[in-house]
Design a binder for this molecule. Structure first.
Ligand code: SF4
Length: 299
């Protein structure tokens, strides 16, 4: 049941982290206009199951007035609200309070702050720490997101043992992580990658919206385009079995997707997402309305 809508407010970010699965960077485009955001909210009122609206990116604080307006609209519509940020703006605890107080006063339900070695080398005095302290002092619900560099789990560097986790650290191998983080990691045979480990593509609980109109089931895997067909109609009529990418993924994972469309593939991949992402990228010209936007594939 679809309960969460995440707005990718923009693909633009002050950083370009190695593990970013949407290829955000300071040069990235794709920012919602106020009118686009209001149009999407107008459709959300027609989907009765929605509970949460999360604003993220890219870095949503780069577009503070738009982010503020989005939280206000969502709150006025009765949704719970959240923001995901890297806290670049929290140059001190006092400054962080300046940014956070108006959001607290609006009724923001939760803020998630990236606090890891990809974002900050000095973890003790990082902006993330300032933002977390300020949030707590303001009585806001907050949490940190901590992704580590990939590590090979003990004993798995020699040979893959079925059923055991191979890679630690929490990074997912999509987007820029595939370009930057997979080198030297052990791989699993491609034919064992027979299910999607993270997303319920048959009955999605959340989707991400971007300014290009894409309704992401997973990064770069779209239900359809909400600027072409109303969002509520796409969500109502979505059926994984008639979606050309989701159907094989649901019925046999990335291995099935590659077989279905005869996509040349490697002998092994770090995990299912690694294979899925590369097979999808190979299919992007065949299914441009479902595999979009190209920037999420580094193209
Ligand atoms: S990349 Fe593919 S396998 Fe991984 S969560 Fe997304 S849809 Fe599932």
């Amino acid at each position: 049941m679809l309960t969460g809508i995440h707005f990718l407010l923009s693909y633009k970010c002050d950083s370009a982290c190695d593990h970013c699965f949407v290829y955000s960077s300071p040069d990235a485009k794709g920012t919602f206009t106020l009118d686009q955001m209001k149009k999407a909210f107008g459709e959300l009122s027609k989907i009765e199951t929605i509970e949460w609206i999360i604003l993220e990116g890219g870095e949503p604080f780069l577009f503070y007035p738009l982010m503020y307006e989005g939280i206000k609209i969502a709150h006025d519509m009765g949704f719970k609200t959240g923001i995901v940020t890297n806290a670049y703006w929290a140059i001190s605890e006092k400054d962080a309070e300046l940014w956070l107080t108006p959001l607290r006063d609006l009724g923001l339900s939760d803020i998630s702050i990236s606090d890891d070695e990809f974002h900050y080398e000095d973890k003790e005095t990082s902006p993330a720490k300032h933002a977390l302290s300020a949030s707590r002092r303001l009585g806001m619900s907050c949490g940190s997101i901590c992704i580590g560099k990939p590590t090979v789990e003990e004993g798995m560097d020699k040979e893959y043992v079925k059923g055991k986790p191979v890679i630690g650290g929490g990074a997912v191998f999509r987007g820029r992580a595939v370009e930057k983080l997979v080198a030297g990691l052990p791989r699993r045979p491609w034919h064992e990658l027979i299910e999607c480990p993270y997303e319920d593509l048959g009955d999605p609980g959340r989707v991400h919206l971007d300014a290009y109109g894409n309704i992401h089931l997973c990064q770069g895997l779209s239900m359809g385009n909400m600027w072409d067909v109303p969002l509520s109609k796409i969500v109502r009529e979505y059926d994984a079995d008639s979606h050309p990418i989701c159907s094989p993924l649901v019925n046999g994972g990335p291995a099935r997707l590659a077989k279905e469309y005869d996509v040349p593939h490697e002998g092994g991949y770090v995990d299912a997402c690694h294979m899925c992402y590369l097979v999808r990228r190979a299919l992007i010209d065949k299914f441009p309305q479902y595999l979009a936007p190209r920037l999420v594939y580094g193209l």
